[in-house]
Design a protein around this ligand. Sequence first.
Ligand code: F58
Length: 826
Amino acid sequence: VSSKPSHALALAPVPTPPSTVDGFVKQFLENLNLERGVTLSTASPNDRYIALATTVRDFLVARWLEDIRRQKEAQAKGVCYLSAEYLLGRQLDNNLLATRLTDIATEALAACGIDIDELRALEVEPGLGNGGLGRLAACFIDSLATMSVPSIGYGIRYEYGIFRQTFVDGQQVEQPDAWLTLGSPWEFAHPEAAQTISFGGYTETFDEGGVTRSRWVPGWNVQAVPYNYMVSGYHNGRVNTLRLWRAVATDAFDLRIFNSGDYEKAVRAQTYAENISKVLYPEDSTPQGKELRLQQQYFFVAASIRDFLDHMLTPGFDLSKLPDRVIFQLNDTHPVIAVPEFMRVLVDEEHMEWDAAWEITQQCFAYTCHTLLPEALEVWSVELLGRLLPRHLEIIYRINDEFLAAVRERFGDDEMRIRNMSIIAESPERSVRMAYLATVAGAKVNGVAELHSQLLREKVLPDFDEFYPGKFTNVTNGVTPRRFLRLANPGLAGLITDALGAGWTVDLERLRGLESFAEDPEFRARFAEVKAANKRVLSDVLRARDGFEVSDGHMLDVMVKRLHEYKRQMLKVLHIVTSYERIVSGRVRAEDVQGRAFIFGAKAAPGYVMAKRIIHLINAVGEVVNNDPRVEGRLQVLFPPNYNVTLAERVIPAADLSEQISLAGKEASGTGNMKFALNGALTIGTDDGANVEIRELVGDDNFFLFGMTEPEVEELWTRGYKPAEFYQQDEDLRRAIDLIASGAFSNGDRTVFEPIVSNLLYDDRFMVLADYASYIRAQDRVDAAYADQDAWTKAAILNIARCGFFSSDRSIRDYIDRIWHTPPML
Ligand code: F58
């Protein structure tokens, strides 16, 4: 049978519709007819949105197919980014921007009598991530495409993303995020390309030419179905691939059992298998040792490795050359089970010698750590790992044995050191330390900001740093200027382009050119206008979305990020309560208070009780402060529920003040901090994560620093931290805490927030009380600075001018130079 196409047209290049209004209209109407089976007059809003998305997609497909072909043909070294999360945000605008189709699409739809904004609003963002880590992955694939780096992103196509947050009586209630319900026009499903992924069973030994080898006899399996997403580069005609895996049962269900009437039993195996990609784990910062989570992790990395080997290599590829072809970047420990899987494939399936396979593996992986919290370093019990992936456990044991033998050779039989460095922890239960495994296997290990990388080497993995000189490096995080400046802040983007020309979107260091404009009164006035306009946009959004009224002329003081004790939303609450208490106690006159709207956005992990209490408290404080006439509207607390990428794109451009107030040494980097600074908010922040680098760049005059440094935090712990002493010694603090304890924010019920109060007074792991006084003083400096609007504006412009470093393009360049060594595609 000949596989040659019989029709000449099949050989022609894939057509791209003409980039004209007429071309767009034609394609759009055709998609309404052919994709949706409706006409313009019968189309529902969702039909229109899907047809619009499909039309934009049509403009990308030809380039995408061409890039796939070229990447394969070139056989150049590429990056496989392995991440359990991609917090993508809406796709439509980003793809319109990348393809220069925004104006054409707007006009084309208008010609069809459709307001494109109404369709924009219908897109449900894919929330396939929890927070910073997932959003970083999304920024990175944007930069990889824009910089023409041969690469592919691999992950999981969760049927339900991060939960939708609602508030009932001020308390968080989670709703499932059914983002796929109305269709998913940005993806291409390939059920025919499904792979079988195995689990369970046992291992057995067998004889091969006199050598005893081991093999895996799995107990059950699932199908991994790939879903491809196009990742468009900005104005470079490039389109990369994001491949997300969905779990589907091998056998639909047992018809025999179904016919016998036991419907539940008949579908049980199916449900079990398909649960693997059902829902994103909503915990951030602390991994939950759940079996399903390990299943998710293995599922997606096993499918991704197989996919790479089967589809990216030319037939007969010499596997010893793999390090010249690929680097698997491990986004935190979630994909680290890829290491023993890769070894298993090379040794058991490809019949490579162990030593040769290990040599290759150590060059093909690199590991990024995103945390410093010890409780966040993922471990899997040997019992669970051995049950789910018995062969992988054997492989991990052998890697560990050989590693520890090398450690012994180097440092002697220092049992303490051996125990500390072992990939296997012995207590509280035998378990596998995934960060250690990644460090041993990875060619490089990086932290995500200078301070974080330093602490990682010195505090978390010092023995490894000593054992592997040169393995540790830093790559400071970055954010994509396309989404977070160009799209989110068109007013500012226009102003920058007027001043500097258009190149800054792909060369963010050019923002330096704004320094001289900071001195120009006319430019400052225009900047202030843009900020005011952004505030009006936000105000409209919050009114429509939540019924909030943001007062005119208020400073927008914003804290948006996951709710976690280490990020210290409580410190922000204490500042608000202090400002309020100063007014109601008569110590400060309302009319003398700088008007401020405090805006929060934060989801708490559903099982994180203290975080949920803090959400409740913020809402309760808001309820009282917003309705107390003595405040005369000077203070406003606004907490829109369900903070996500879409809302971030509205909030960040409107902000005046960015709250980055984690306890020093706890926030690995932060990326929100960068987005705010790039949009001209001034930061009030501790010496933590990337705040350190932001402050170094923007200068002390343009940053409100407060709080202890990391060494000071350590010193206070060593001296013995007693939070109650700080309470006793600071009148403002005492009054604020007493007010919360009195039931003032809980209708007189003193029990509601008692756990928060006693936690602060007697435990306070994140030293909120120790940093309180310094924070309040810094906030007083903020008020004073804000009084001089022109000086504030100048500082805001300098923040923008000096933060070009925080483009994710620069991060990717650092990864290429320090870790990947992948040349760009021509
Ligand atoms: C974040 N980690 C860091 N983890 O907290 C933040 O400082 C950093 O800027 C960011 O990564 C990017 O490097 C983070 O978001 C998670 O959400 C994980 C989700 C899965 C469970 C473990 C935490």
